[in-house]
Ligand binder design. Structure first.
Ligand code: CP
Length: 336
């Protein structure tokens, strides 16, 4: 395994080796620059390797192997977990972070600059860009012109692939398998990008069963359902959460995304439709787990937090290890 500090056994100092022709040479060694845009891009082998690396980081905690590398975090939408965990991950790998508060207001977008021009400029300063944007497809547009890797930290109601990676990793840590899991996705399946990305990832495993439980105005989009049917994934829609809870390995709760509703009447119809309480959680199997990408705004009663099945805070913590593994893999090409 070749580590960042050992590239080619070079005696060059890190600063020189990471710039100019040396940086280009490193990219050629790694093959084409890779980006993290959507969950469909991963295969099972990649995921297994990533989880091994994440697990190693969860035990190791820190590393210095990316000393001298810089990551930009460019968030056009609010974030607590994604932004902070990516930034913490980069620091824990020994790298640096540059960022802006609220890129919609404080980047030159506010003066009319295009996303493409912003990416052209920032990519000249850093080795990696993690971005969140309000428009579906924004990360893909950035990746098409960026010479450095782009990580999609969420593009509108499109996808949130790194959230899905940490969700899947949390399931794997708990069950030590991914084949055969029965997962209920609950809440805003219409605007929730995390459920879309997770559905794509789970479709890669055998005999997975997905149950979609959503208010009528928040049903899962046809593109995901068609994709799952095309892959012969067993999925169905249910409306009675209490009837579903006893028969699943995991319930994946989501927030109704008020900010994405154009029609506030529709939001009112969807809001508070499904809620986990101590009472309905008691119907779940003892080994089952409760996940949520967070933030929550009422769909899980805080009284559930002490239940041994509540894993959403550990899930968020797992994001740190997954993001360390992802950054390390992108910047060193290390699949081992
Ligand atoms: N799960 C998630 O994406 O959280 P943030 O919006 O806080 O980043």
């Amino acid at each position: 395994m070749q580590r960042a500090g050992q590239r080619g056994g070079s005696q060059l100092c890190g600063t020189v080796a990471r710039n100019g022709p040396f940086r280009q040479f490193r990219r050629e060694l790694m093959g084409t620059v890779r980006h993290i845009i959507e969950s469909q891009q991963f295969d099972r082998e990649y995921l297994s390797t990533l989880f091994e690396r994440a697990h190693a980081f969860s035990e190791q905690g820190k590393s210095r192997e990316l000393a001298g590398f810089t990551m930009a975090s460019l968030f056009y939408e609010p974030s607590t977990r994604t932004r902070f965990s990516f930034e913490a991950a980069m620091y824990r790998l020994g790298g640096n972070v540059i960022t802006t508060e609220n890129a919609r207001e404080f980047s030159s977008l506010a003066k009319g600059e295009s996303l493409e021009d912003t990416i052209r400029i920032i990519s000249g300063y850093v080795d990696l860009i993690v971005m969140r944007h309000n428009e579906i497809g924004a990360a893909k547009r950035a990746a098409e012109i960026s010479p450095v890797p782009i990580i999609n930290g969420g593009d509108g109601a499109g996808q949130h692939p790194t959230q899905a990676l940490l969700d899947l990793y949390t399931l794997f840590r708990k069950f030590n398998r991914l084949d055969g899991l029965r997962v209920a996705m609950v809440g805003d399946l219409r605007y929730g990008r995390t459920v879309r990305s997770l559905a794509y990832l789970l479709s890669k495993y055998d005999n997975v069963e997905l149950i979609f439980v959503a208010p009528p105005v928040c049903q899962m989009h046809e593109d995901i359902k068609d994709f799952l049917s095309g892959k012969s994934v067993n999925w169905r829609e249910e409306s009675d959460l209490d009837a579903v809870l006893p028969h699943i390995d995991s319930v994946y709760m989501t927030r109704i995304q008020k900010e994405r509703f154009h029609d506030q009447q529709e939001f009112k119809q969807a809001n508070n439709a499904y809620r986990l309480t101590r009472e309905n959680v008691s119907k779940m199997a003892q080994e089952a787990i409760i996940l949520h990408p967070l933030p929550r705004v009422g769909e899980i009663d805080p009284a559930v937090d002490n239940d041994h099945r509540a894993m959403y805070f550990e899930q968020a913590r797992n994001g740190l290890w997954i993001r360390m593994a992802l950054i390390q893999q992108l910047l060193t090409g290390d699949r081992n």
